[in-house]
Ligand binder design. Structure first.
Ligand code: OSB
Ligand code: MG
Length: 372
């Protein structure tokens, strides 16, 4: 393929309800949207970073800076050197000298992959090796001010058809909400996500979650505390799932070998892109580790790719691949809808969806063009 340029654009999308986690509250998602223009097609990618570096060290303006200052020039060089051999599989190697910034790398690789697959007439799903036409969906529910608000939100989510409920927890908002939801809704598929808010010394508190037979406890401890997760896994019955710690296939292999987790949340952005995400899927499949597809409040651009990935055979648990309306009144693409608890996998070339020009313009706050 021959890339001619990359457009970076900042888009601000109001969320339908504020999303509160142990690390902060988001009311507007600031999204870095990347458009890769190639001869014959253009492709889209979305960066998972938010305005502030609260989930990880990345943030929107930083992602834009590293793309413009380092990543796009490195692509230009790679394309000059490789000529016709340039393609999406060359993006990660070209960016590998630059440490971390995985959310930014993923956005760029995804845009290039989309352009390439649209040229070839191949969908993300077929390219990845998807085996399903639709994927089972869960929903991630933020911390609320009151228990009533939480119960109403869970009730509405179940009524909408979500097959699994994930509650965000933090110290002071853990046993009570879980107990209240179990008491009210019984034997639903229920899991919790702490976003690294606990410490090893909280093991006895976290063990009290065992009584509620949760499907999993996601990222209880800091991202770099794999040994802590392994110790906790020996002390509690609830399966531990890693999110923030699972930054690469190497990190996942280490975590699995240490016994730090028995389930992995695969977020393509967090691991630097869909190609690395697929390697982690394969590694987990070989080790009998179930995986599910996480999310970063994506617009339809990122959601399309996540849903395609979630259609791979190892994704045996419902993901945080919720419908567009759970996040945005107006999505950038045709909205993804929940039907019987599932979302249909796009089957058109590339992502199979495209941002709707008028809507993209409406939410765009800045843009820049970078010839390659
Ligand atoms: O930890 O999984 C997380 C959203 C933003 C950042 C981190 C996380 C989340 C979610 C929501 O839990 C996932 C989604 O619905 O996109
Ligand atoms: Mg998480």
């Amino acid at each position: 393929m021959k890339l001619t340029g990359i457009e970076t654009r900042i888009v601000e999308m109001p969320l339908v309800t504020p999303f509160r986690t142990s690390f902060g509250t988001e009311t507007v998602r600031q999204v870095l949207v990347v458009r890769a223009v190639a001869e014959g097609a253009e492709g889209w990618g979305e960066c998972g970073a938010s305005e502030s570096p609260l989930y990880s060290s990345e943030y929107t303006a930083g992602a834009q800076d590293v793309l413009e200052r380092f990543f796009i020039p490195a692509l230009r060089t790679a394309q000059q050197e490789l000529g016709d051999d340039f393609g999406a599989h060359r993006v990660a190697p070209a960016l590998a000298p630059f440490k971390q910034h995985r959310l930014a790398k993923s956005a760029l690789e995804t845009a290039v992959l989309d352009a390439q697959l649209r040229t070839q007439g191949v969908s993300f799903a077929d390219y990845f090796g998807a085996v399903r036409d639709s994927v089972p969906c869960g929903v991630s529910l933020g911390i609320t001010d009151t228990m009533d608000q939480l119960l109403n939100t869970v009730e509405a989510s179940l009524a909408a058809g979500y097959l699994r409920i994930k509650l965000k927890i933090e110290p002071g908002w853990d046993l009570e909400p879980v107990r209240a939801v179990r008491d009210r809704f019984g034997d639903i598929d229920l899991q919790v996500d702490a976003n690294a808010a606990y410490r090893r010394s909280d093991a006895r508190l976290l063990a009290r979650l065992d009584a509620f037979e949760l499907t999993l406890l996601e990222q209880p401890l800091p991202a770099d505390d794999l040994l802590g997760h392994a110790a906790l896994a020996r002390e509690i019955a609830t399966p531990i799932c890693l999110d923030e710690s699972a930054t690469s296939s190497r990190a996942v292999a280490t975590a699995v070998e240490l016994g730090a987790c028995s389930i992995i949340n695969i977020k393509p952005g967090r691991v630097g892109g869909y190609l690395e995400a697929r390697r982690i899927h394969d590694l987990c499949s070989a080790n009998d580790i179930p995986v599910w597809c996480g999310g970063m409040l994506e617009t339809g651009i990122g959601r399309a790719a996540n849903v395609a990935l979630a259609a791979l055979p190892g994704f045996t648990m419902p993901g945080d691949t919720s419908a567009s309306e759970r996040y945005y009144q107006t999505d950038l693409t045709e909205p993804f809808r929940l039907v019987d608890g599932r979302i249909a996998v796009p089957h058109g070339p590339g992502l199979g969806v495209t941002p709707i020009p008028e809507i993209l313009e409406r939410f765009t706050v800045s843009r820049a063009w970078h010839p390659v």
